[in-house]
Design a protein around this ligand. Sequence first.
Ligand SMILES: Nc1nc2c(ncn2[C@@H]2O[C@H](COP(=O)(O)OP(=O)(O)OP(=O)(O)O)[C@@H](O)[C@H]2O)c(=O)[nH]1
Ligand SMILES: [Mg+2]
Length: 208
Amino acid sequence: MLKLKAPGLLLEAGKESADYRVAVFGAGGVGKSSIVQRFVNGTFSDNYVPTIEDTYRQVISCNQKNVCTLQITDTTGSHQFPAMQRLSISKGHAFVLIYSITSKQSLEELGPIILMLKEVKGNAITEVPIVLCGNKKDEESKREVSKALGEKLAGQWGTGFIETSAKNNDNITELFEQLLAREKKRQLTLTMDDEGKGKGKKKKCIVM
Ligand SMILES: Nc1nc2c(ncn2[C@@H]2O[C@H](COP(=O)(O)OP(=O)(O)OP(=O)(O)O)[C@@H](O)[C@H]2O)c(=O)[nH]1
Ligand SMILES: [Mg+2]
């Protein structure tokens, strides 16, 4: 059976997109899916299942009185899909760039993504919220990338910076808060069910 479904299209006709699209990039195994799972579901697993691409949705608050949908795309760490990366960049409003503090190479692998971001977004890049994120901060004994280096690069690139642990649930909410706070065109804040005692009561009420 043919199903016609165009989520967001009706609201696209309004002054701004009802969806706020965030794409999460980074090398394979740095913990992109773990961070997204921790943020969206509050769970963590030691199993490693490589991702092709997954999208998650969550209702957030927009300009104080409205809600909009935070759409998070968890991308693949494989370099085999540059066309998918390009599409996620062109569709995305904001970006999380993840490396693992235990792998200097994973930081280096963000280079091509940053180049692609600059190329696709052009001059608008200065207004695009981006946070550089060093994950696996619980693995201090295996650290290869100092916090100072991460901060320095973020300063050079003009992005936010945070170190996280999906495993220990350390700075995960803060990562997304920091990202949304960088959006200047609208005021976006998280209003999740498990936060703010009942403030998330509109969660299931959005009609697309
Ligand atoms: N110690 C520790 N391990 C983590 C952390 N985050 C993720 N991991 C582990 O790292 C492995 C890879 O995690 P994923 O979240 O699947 O990595 P990914 O970046 O999504 O990988 P791809 O989908 O292949 O690109 C898994 O075994 C996770 O359990 C963390 O904060 N600390
Ligand atoms: Mg993944």
